[in-house]
Ligand binder design. Structure first.
Ligand SMILES: *[C@@H]1O[C@H](CO)[C@@H](O)[C@H](O)[C@H]1NC(C)=O
Ligand SMILES: *[C@@H]1O[C@H](CO)[C@@H](O)[C@H](O)[C@H]1NC(C)=O
Ligand SMILES: *[C@@H]1O[C@H](CO)[C@@H](O)[C@H](O)[C@H]1NC(C)=O
Ligand SMILES: *[C@@H]1O[C@H](CO)[C@@H](O)[C@H](O)[C@H]1NC(C)=O
Ligand SMILES: *[C@@H]1O[C@H](CO)[C@@H](O)[C@H](O)[C@H]1NC(C)=O
Ligand SMILES: *[C@@H]1O[C@H](CO)[C@@H](O)[C@H](O)[C@H]1NC(C)=O
Ligand SMILES: *[C@@H]1O[C@H](CO)[C@@H](O)[C@H](O)[C@H]1NC(C)=O
Ligand SMILES: *[C@@H]1O[C@H](CO)[C@@H](O)[C@H](O)[C@H]1NC(C)=O
Length: 205
């Protein structure tokens, strides 16, 4: 009797161990990470002294990086909002990047221009450097094998310092857009899966 009980226990242990490994593997393969958004180029022709123009557009090059090894990303339309200075509500331009799909380990560039006539350009030209801010809001779905995750909101932002002599952004390196709030625990699918497995283990007992 004692021997058969021991065998059963061993069997149970290896069963639970296998379940645990499966859960861990599933979690690792279903884990998703948000795309990295950065501003590679930012130029205000109106602040280029040599050019002497009143063209009030802002040029920028937005880079979206899908760092996931084997998951594609469906982007909803991406809302971009531009702000002048550090006043939170001083929006000077809006733009929408059309929805698109991005394969795994791919990056996408969006070189665009936005009309920003409401920037107080004469005032800006008197400054050594001028600060702008770009907010990016969208929702993404991750494509995992044959199914798509639920839509997840992405809301990131970055300040950009522009040289008021040549109109280009001060720092040569790309500026990463960051979320104001700490990243919450995303991707509930594996958590749900772990829950199901845990219930299974309880039922076995
Ligand atoms: C500023 O304007 C001058 C004259 O058109 C041009 O040669 C120069 O490339 C512009 N600067 C930038 C940063 O684009
Ligand atoms: C800039 O352009 C205006 C008119 O377009 C002109 O009156 C002014 O002299 C120009 N300034 C320079 C520095 O070239
Ligand atoms: C500013 O320049 C861009 C590109 O050269 C052009 O598409 C846009 O219409 C210009 N805007 C104005 C107000 O001239
Ligand atoms: C921003 O908000 C402040 C106070 O809430 C208000 O006084 C100001 O007029 C607003 N500015 C703009 C550009 O909406
Ligand atoms: C940009 O969109 C926001 C929200 O829809 C709006 O409050 C703001 O006035 C818009 N700004 C411009 C410059 O159109
Ligand atoms: C103008 O320059 C001052 C001092 O460097 C800075 O605090 C301010 O934010 C600048 N204004 C804008 C709109 O960037
Ligand atoms: C983007 O803007 C559109 C139009 O204002 C709005 O319907 C949509 O919900 C916005 N998307 C996000 C992610 O905020
Ligand atoms: C702004 O650009 C001018 C001309 O390219 C350069 O001489 C100056 O050092 C730059 N200023 C800053 C703060 O980078």
């Amino acid at each position: 009797m004692a021997e058969s009980a021991g065998g059963c226990c061993r069997c149970c242990c290896s069963f639970i161990f296998t379940l645990g490994l499966t859960a861990l593997f599933m979690w690792l393969s279903l884990r998703t990470s948000n795309p990295t958004c950065s501003i590679q180029y930012f130029y205000a022709p109106s602040l280029n002294r040599t050019l002497n123009t009143t063209n009030s557009s802002l040029y920028f090059d937005l880079k979206l990086d899908n760092g996931n090894k084997d998951k594609g990303i469906y982007y909803d339309p991406i809302n971009l909002t531009f702000y002048y200075g550090f006043t939170p509500n001083f929006s000077v331009g809006n733009l929408t990047v059309p929805a698109f799909y991005q394969g795994h380990k791919k990056n996408a560039r969006r070189r665009m221009l936005v009309q920003t006539p409401s920037v107080p350009w004469p005032e800006a030209r008197t400054n050594g450097t001028v600060w702008f801010r770009m907010d990016l809001q969208t929702k993404v779905r991750f494509k995992i094998l044959f199914w798509n995750t639920k839509r997840e909101k992405i809301s990131v932002s970055a300040p950009v310092e522009v040289n008021a002599t040549d109109g280009k952004k001060i720092h040569k390196k790309g500026i990463k857009l960051k979320s104001g709030a700490p990243e919450r625990w995303r991707n509930r699918a594996p958590v749900g899966l772990l829950g199901i497995l845990a219930t299974g283990i309880l039922v076995v007992f």
